[in-house]
Design a protein around this ligand. Structure first.
Ligand code: FAD
Length: 189
């Protein structure tokens, strides 16, 4: 069975929930199903979500990719689905990734700045920008790097980190021990 690759752009129909951490909940659900389904039919690729728009790249056996893309196109969670690339390939290039997720990463911000783009609008990408975006997702996959909003926030926001529950318990226990030790010492004096 011949292999093909396919990239498309679309607009999310849901209103992105403001995030404190992690992945946007709609996107998280899409990823869960994508990873389950794609792994079954040996589809590999990546998904980028930013500015409430999607860029997705798929590779796999022609039949499997086309069937998956038909389902994706009918999904009410996005609209204006535009095919950007659809062509045969000799080999897969996203080994081991049923659907790599790259949300708002610093790499993508740099890519937008390099092309003087004020927002992420993949439907307007030329072929060079598409290839660059695919390479960016691919590189991210090869590094085994899980880019998420936490990472972006850590790089861009000076807000202090809160203590983990384990550390909090440890500090309270240490303080309690100190108080007990002081009481014991005081009674001995
Ligand atoms: P289920 O997950 O059981 O879904 C059943 C039906 O309910 C489907 O028609 C589905 O579209 C619909 N549905 C489920 N949740 C919601 C919801 N919250 N709101 C509205 N309708 C809903 N699927 C893949 O298999 N591989 C992919 O790579 C992939 N990429 C996607 C990328 C984007 C940007 C989007 C929006 C969807 C993507 N999907 C992908 C999901 C795809 O559109 C189908 O929803 C999915 O393949 C159906 O899987 P399922 O048959 O296991 O059905």
């Amino acid at each position: 069975m011949p292999l093909i690759r396919l990239a498309y752009a679309s607009e999310a129909t849901f209103e992105a929930k403001p995030l404190e951490k992690g992945i946007e909940p709609h996107v998280a659900r899409i990823l869960l199903v994508s990873r389950r389904n794609n792994a079954k039919v040996s589809i590999v690729g990546g998904l980028y979500y930013g500015d409430n728009r999607f860029f997705q790249y798929l590779e796999g056996e022609e039949d499997a990719v086309r069937k998956t893309y038909e389902r994706i196109q009918q999904d009410p969670r996005h609209r204006n689905v535009r095919t950007l690339i659809e062509e045969p390939i000799a080999d897969r290039t996203f080994t081991n990734w049923s659907m790599k997720y790259v949300p708002a990463s610093a790499d993508v911000q740099a890519f937008l700045a390099r092309h003087k783009l004020s927002e992420f609008n993949p439907v307007a990408f030329d072929s060079e920008q598409c290839e660059e975006m695919i390479e960016l997702i691919r590189r991210s996959s090869q590094d085994q790097k899980s880019v998420n909003y936490d990472e972006v926030n850590r790089k861009t926001s000076p807000t202090p980190q809160t203590l983990s529950p384990g550390l909090k318990i440890g500090l309270v226990a240490a303080a309690a021990c100190l108080v007990v030790a002081l009481i014991v010492v005081a009674t001995m004096l």
